[in-house]
Design a binder for this molecule. Structure first.
Ligand SMILES: Nc1ncnc2c1ncn2[C@@H]1O[C@H](COP(=O)(O)OP(=O)(O)O)[C@@H](O)[C@H]1O
Ligand SMILES: [Mg+2]
Length: 364
C-alpha cells in the first residue's frame, strides 16, 4: 500500500518545525482551536496537488517573519517491487522547487502520481452546492490515476481552449477561431469517453457506500454525468460552429469537455435538496470512499485519506461507521479532531495519536 512514513514541515503557518513518523492505519491529530490541525492537512494536500484548499496566496502559508517554507515526505509502497520515495516542496514568495528522490522536477503531476490523496473537510459539502468545477475535479481525480492517457488529452484540451478563447477575445476572423475546433472536438470526445467509463465503474461503489453510511435513504441514487454539451446536439463540431457568434459575445467557448459536470440525485431530487447537512457530508464521504476503493482495485496502490475535523456534522454512530469503513479499506488515514473521545479507534494496533499545541506535535 501507499503510505506516508514521514512528514516534515518547516515554517508552514504556525508550525515552525514538525517531524513525525506516521503509521499505516489511523493517524489521529488532536488539538484545540488554532493548534494547527487544518494546517497540517493543508500541507500534505499542497505537497500532493500543488494547491491549498484555503488560500491562494503563498505568502499566507509561509510562517510570518520567515521567507520560505519546506514540506517534505517519505513514501512507501508495499507492492512489489517495493519502492520508497522522497518528495519535497520548497516555496518562497517568488519560487517553488519540487524534488522527487533527490532530483528537481518540474511537473507537479509527477508528485501527484506517487502521492494519491483524498481530502474531506468541513467544507466538502460544497462539492454539491457550488458550480461544476469541483465535481469535474472529482471525476478527473479518478481518470488521472486510472487512465495514463488522460493527462495528455486534458493538457492538450486546456491549451487548445486557451488559444481559441484568446482568438475569441481578440475577435479574429471566424476562420482563425475555427482553426482550433477540430482538435477541440477530438480532445473533448476523448476526455468524455474516459470520464464516462470512470463514472460507470464508480457508480455502483458510490451506491454501496451510501447504503453503508445512510441505510435510511430509500430513494435510489442517480449519478448523472454531463459531457459539457447537450446530448441533443447532432455533433459537438456542428454545435461549435452554430454557436460561434454567441462564443464571440461571451469571449469564451461554451461547449466542450471543460464544461462537464456530474449531478447526483436521490429519486427525483438533487442530493443538495433532499439531504440534510449531515447527510450531505456522509454523501461526500461515500464519494471519497468509493473513489478510494476503485483506485485500489485498479492501481493496487491505495490512496491516502485526509480528513480535517472529522466530528464536524457527524454523530457518534456515523463517526463509528466511517472509521470502520476506512479500516476495512486498509488505507492510511490522517484525521484531525478537537478531542480524542470523539473519534472511535477501530484498530488500536495500527493507530497513532498525536497532540498538536501551537504548531508543535507530540506523540501520545
Ligand atoms: N503564515 C502564518 N504564520 C504563522 N501563523 C499562522 C500563519 N497562518 C496561520 N497561522 C496561525 O496558525 C494557527 C493554526 O491554524 P489552523 O491550522 O487553522 O488551526 P486548527 O485547524 O487547529 O484550528 C492559527 O492560529 C493561525 O492564526
Ligand atoms: Mg481547523
Amino acid at each position: 500500500m501507499t503510505q506516508l512514513t514521514r512528514l516534515q514541515l518547516q515554517a508552514f503557518r504556525n508550525a515552525e518545525q514538525i517531524n513525525c513518523q506516521l503509521c499505516s492505519g489511523l493517524n489521529l491529530f488532536i488539538g484545540d482551536n488554532a493548534a494547527g490541525k487544518t494546517s497540517l492537512i493543508e500541507a500534505i494536500w499542497l505537497l500532493a496537488t500543488g494547491r491549498s484548499f484555503r488560500s491562494r496566496l503563498i505568502h499566507q502559508l509561509i510562517q510570518h517573519d520567515k521567507t520560505e517554507t519546506v514540506i517534505f515526505a517519505e513514501l512507501q509502497s508495499h507492492i512489489k517491487p517495493y519502492s520508497n520515495h522522497r518528495i519535497g516542496m520548497q516555496r518562497s514568495a517568488q519560487n517553488m522547487t519540487l524534488r522527487l528522490d533527490g532530483e528537481t522536477i518540474r511537473a507537479q503531476s509527477e508528485i501527484a502520481q506517487k502521492l494519491p490523496v483524498q481530502l474531506l473537510t468541513p467544507e466538502s459539502h460544497r462539492l454539491l452546492e457550488e458550480g461544476p468545477k469541483a465535481r469535474r475535479q472529482f471525476v478527473d481525480w479518478g481518470c488521472f490515476y486510472q487512465f495514463p492517457e488522460f493527462i495528455q488529452w486534458w493538457r492538450q484540451h486546456k491549451r487548445l481552449l486557451k488559444q481559441r478563447n484568446q482568438a475569441l477575445k481578440q475577435r479574429l476572423p471566424a476562420l482563425q477561431i475555427q482553426l482550433w475546433d477540430t482538435q477541440l472536438v477530438e480532445t473533448s470526445l476523448q476526455i468524455d469517453q474516459l470520464r464516462r467509463r470512470y463514472v460507470e465503474t464508480l457508480t455502483p461503489l458510490i451506491e454501496t457506500y451510501c447504503q453503508a453510511l445512510m441505510p435510511e435513504l430509500e430513494q435510489t441514487l442517480g449519478c448523472h454525468y454531463r459531457p459539457g454539451w447537450p446530448k441533443s446536439a447532432d455533433s459537438l463540431a456542428q454545435l461549435m460552429q452554430a454557436n460561434l457568434n454567441k462564443d464571440l459575445q461571451l469571449g469564451h467557448t461554451q461547449y466542450g469537455a471543460h464544461r462537464a459536470d456530474i449531478r447526483f440525485r436521490f429519486g427525483n431530487y438533487e442530493a443538495l435538496q433532499t439531504l440534510s447537512r449531515g447527510q450531505q457530508k456522509l454523501f461526500v464521504c461515500a464519494l471519497m470512499l468509493a473513489q478510494a476503493q476503485l483506485h485500489q482495485q485498479v492501481t493496487h496502490e491505495p490512496a491516502i485519506m485526509l480528513i480535517d475535523d472529522l466530528p464536524a456534522e457527524l454523530d457518534l454512530l456515523h463517526r463509528e461507521k466511517l472509521m470502520e469503513l476506512l479500516d476495512n479499506l486498509q488505507i492510511q488515514h490522517l484525521v484531525t479532531s478537537t478531542a480524542q473521545s470523539l473519534i472511535p479507534i477501530i484498530n488500536p494496533e495500527n493507530s497513532q495519536i498525536w497532540q498538536l499545541k501551537k504548531g508543535k506535535l507530540n506523540a501520545l
